[in-house]
Write a protein that binds this ligand. Structure first.
Ligand code: C5P
Length: 414
């Protein structure tokens, strides 16, 4: 599964406190720390006594944690400074607190307000967004006590990350697995993000489409779908209810992002048209194939055998596909915002201006393809943004995640 669209670089200097408890999944918290540090986030860590049976403080330090707490009292701390108020530090300075993995024990302690070690005390003194990622045996997870404690936490606004279904370390299968790290990471980024798209229903088309000629051959293009996937993630992080219509790509999205996977332009049109009436903002980033092959006799369900083809008479007939963006533009009601993309090899601004008007768009994001650092399969993009009021902005080469973030910023002023 592709997770490049989770790599937002715009959290420089934000502070997150990571709590690690005694689950076999504790080793995975090292990878979570790496994801946070890679996003330029300052991370403090507290590992409980049982957590340290699985992972040592030195590992967190080596991977970039700013401070690692291992016990409550100064005389028990090893090389950690002597701040007598360390139990209040996350409450005073962290922007978000994440406990991953969280055992039934820490969930019960937080639910009950018990503060008998460093982590539970820090959690009790923390008032910001708290993300909890449970990990335990399915029987422990489904135990009435755990379920009741968990409901208490959710009612208080704790942000849930998992747990997932699947096999757990002891060999049992059921709900209780630590949720995918990228999803925990995404919840942390979401907790750090403004909620300026809260209440907005956002529709995004992304990726290429694949147009079959016969059962094994198709027409497509090299779109990675990354631009659309980052727009979807950024909108979700900023509070929107996000619906993605994805052509053939392997992006993984948080469970609360609604994803419809399609293959052809006609399927994409049907899915997007269904979702558009409820959308406040629709953003068509998909590189829809403009034409589809007319299948040979026998249709797309059969593979045409090479021996049945006369190579001298071989040709593939094409028929135009519908323009999804134009169709949505024609159906646009007052107040809906429609964003399109224009990938051009030349005359970028002129082409974009024309498409903005013709397809009844509110914003168009134009880029040159075929140049380094921009376009289909790159992780960065060089774009110009034109809006319906005539404003034009040229942006330097930026990661697509940053381009996505800025597009949603720009929309606030439209
Ligand atoms: O006209 P052109 O294909 O260059 O326009 C690109 C924009 O139109 C993109 O936003 C793309 O997602 C959208 N589009 C579409 N359906 C098509 C072709 C393009 O939605 N069949």
């Amino acid at each position: 599964m592709n997770t490049d669209h989770f790599r937002f670089p715009c959290f420089l200097g934000r502070r997150v406190h990571l709590g690690v408890t005694g689950s076999i999944a504790a080793y995975k918290s090292l990878e979570l720390l790496r994801l946070l540090v890679d996003a330029h986030i300052d991370v403090g860590v507290t590992v409980t006594a049982s957590g340290q049976r699985f992972v040592g403080a030195a590992s967190f330090q080596a991977l970039g944690a700013g401070v690692v707490h291992t016990s409550m009292f100064p005389d028990e701390r090893r090389g950690l400074g002597e701040d007598p108020f360390a139990h209040l530090t996350p409450g005073r300075s962290a922007d978000a607190f994440v406990i991953a993995p969280a055992t039934a024990n820490i969930i019960a302690k937080i639910a009950g307000g018990i503060a008998d070690d460093m982590l539970s005390t820090q959690a009790l003194a923390f008032r910001g967004p708290l993300i909890v990622a449970p990990a335990m045996n399915p029987n422990m997870w489904s135990a009435p006590a755990t379920q009741s404690n968990w409901r208490t936490l959710l009612d208080r606004g704790v942000i849930a990350a998992g747990p997932d279904n699947g096999s757990v370390a002891c060999g049992d299968t059921g709900q209780g697995r630590l949720c995918r790290l990228e999803h925990i990471f995404a919840q942390v980024l979401r907790a750090l993000s403004p909620k300026d798209l809260a209440g907005k229903n956002v529709l995004i088309t992304l990726g290429p489409t694949r147009e079959p000629w016969d059962a094994v051959r198709y027409l497509s293009n090299p779109s990675s779908g990354l631009m659309g996937a980052t727009l979807a993630m950024a909108a979700w992080m900023r509070g929107a209810d996000v619906h993605v219509v994805a052509g053939p790509t392997d992006f993984d999205f948080p469970p609360s992002v609604h994803v419809v996977r399609v293959t052809t332009a006609l399927e994409m049109l049907a899915a997007a048209s269904d979702l558009f009436p409820a959308a406040d903002i629709a953003c068509c980033t998909a590189a829809v194939a403009d034409f589809r092959p007319v299948p040979p006799t026998g249709g797309v369900a059969h593979k045409l055998k090479k021996r049945d083809i006369d190579p001298l008479a071989l040709s593939i007939a094409l028929t135009p596909n519908p323009d999804i963006l134009r169709t949505l533009g024609a159906a646009k009601r007052k107040g809906q915002i429609l964003i399109g993309f224009a990938a051009e090899t030349d005359g970028v601004l002129a082409q974009a201006k024309m498409k903005l008007a013709e397809k009844r768009l509110d914003l168009i994001v134009a880029n040159r393809i075929g140049v380094p650092g921009s376009g289909f399969a790159a992780s960065t993009n060089v774009v110009a943004v034109l809006d319906r009021t005539g404003r034009v902005e040229q942006w330097p080469e930026l990661p697509k995640t940053e381009v996505a973030w800025r597009i949603w910023d720009l929309l606030q002023h439209l």
